[in-house]
Ligand binder design. Structure first.
Ligand SMILES: [Zn+2]
Length: 345
């Protein structure tokens, strides 16, 4: 029953009730069955709003320091949600070249594609993603990101990319929530990187970098307020994540040659998700799989380009079932990125 929509559920329930009434069952038993059907679910009702709130290059250590020093919304989501101890991105290289030198995804970096497609490789532009998946279920979506690189993302219903301030990015999300009832909100706050002067910034609450995280936190609070005023807060899921990690020099970059560039931040919050816990491991493609699951959509299709071999074409991310209250804490994650980096078999 976990992935059945509200209207389908009602139809199914009516059908079952018809059968039981014909069979002469007493009403009390019918109500017991109805209660069982409506409560046996790990995600919230069919009208959930899912927010994927990405802060560029945010890492767990920086997020924890901010949460302990005034980032009250981030702190609330961490204390009432599940964070990932070891979160890896797909390649943090700023450009995604195929072996033939082509750039099918322009200048967007790979984790930003992975968190939409649920795959580890992106051999073609013809791929399924969370926005297309949402549209098939008549769910509207918005993407807003503060760099021109994100112009590549054209599948959401409403798209904004360019040199946008963080507050404009969040405002686009709020506007479309209020005006159009979007239920998939993917935001990308970019300006934090302007304040980077070195890795020590992450742990210094007085650094300009930390102040930038606090600013992002205020905007997160503004979005939460909008979800409350639209009466959808109780059904809302908020995923706060980085797209990649950061390097270890004064340069605000994330070269794949540096391990730290691969380590990012992920925290999940919402109905049915454990509170104040952590899970050991996740990877960027898992974000797409989770968004799709929380919106109760059919599974993502991966590559839909017939020229991409079937063996490499499908979805490769993992559904993080271990974040849910009614599921086992045990999850066998294939940990492909960690194994690749550590050169393990
Ligand atoms: Zn980035």
């Amino acid at each position: 029953m976990q992935r059945t929509g509200k209207s389908q559920k009602t139809k199914l329930l009516n059908k079952m009730l018809d059968i039981f009434i014909k069979a002469g069952w007493k009403k009390i038993k019918i109500w017991t069955i109805a209660v069982l059907i409506f409560t046996n679910t790990s995600v919230s009702g069919g009208e959930s709003v899912v927010v994927l709130f990405v802060i560029d290059g945010l890492q767990r250590d920086a997020a924890e320091v901010a949460a302990a020093n005034g980032a009250s919304n981030l702190r609330f989501l961490i204390e009432n949600g599940v964070y990932v101890k070891e979160a890896y991105c797909t390649s943090p290289a700023p450009r995604m070249f195929l072996p033939d030198g082509s750039l099918p995804w322009g200048t967007s970096s790979s984790p930003n594609v992975a968190m939409h497609t649920g795959t580890h490789v992106f051999e073609s532009r013809q791929m399924d993603d969370i926005f297309l998946s949402a549209r098939r279920a008549k769910i509207k979506s918005v993407f807003a990101g503060g760099a021109v690189n994100y112009e590549e993302f054209t599948t959401p219903d409403f798209c904004y990319a360019g040199s946008l301030s963080d507050s404009m990015v969040v405002q686009h999300g709020i506007n479309h929530l209020k005006k159009d009832g979007v239920r998939l909100i993917r935001l990308h706050l970019q300006r934090i990187r302007d304040r980077w002067t070195g890795p020590e910034d992450k742990l210094d609450p007085a650094s300009e970098y930390q102040k930038a995280v606090i600013k992002c936190d205020h905007l997160l609070g503004k979005l939460i307020e909008a979800l409350r005023s639209e009466n959808v807060w109780k059904e809302s899921y908020i995923i706060v994540a980085g797209d990649h990690g950061m390097g270890i020099t004064s340069q605000s970059d994330h070269p794949p040659s540096v391990y730290s560039s691969w380590l990012t931040f992920m925290n999940f919050y919402g109905p049915g998700i454990r509170k104040g816990e952590n899970i050991p491991y996740a990877e960027s493609p898992d974000l797409a799989i989770m968004v799709n699951y929380l919106l109760r959509l059919e599974p993502l299709k991966g590559h839909i380009d017939p020229s991409v071999p079937e063996a490499t074409g499908g979805v490769t991310g993992t559904l993080l079932t271990n974040i849910f209250e009614d599921k086992s804490r045990m999850l066998k994650h294939p940990q492909m990125i960690r194994r690749y980096l550590k050169q393990e078999p």
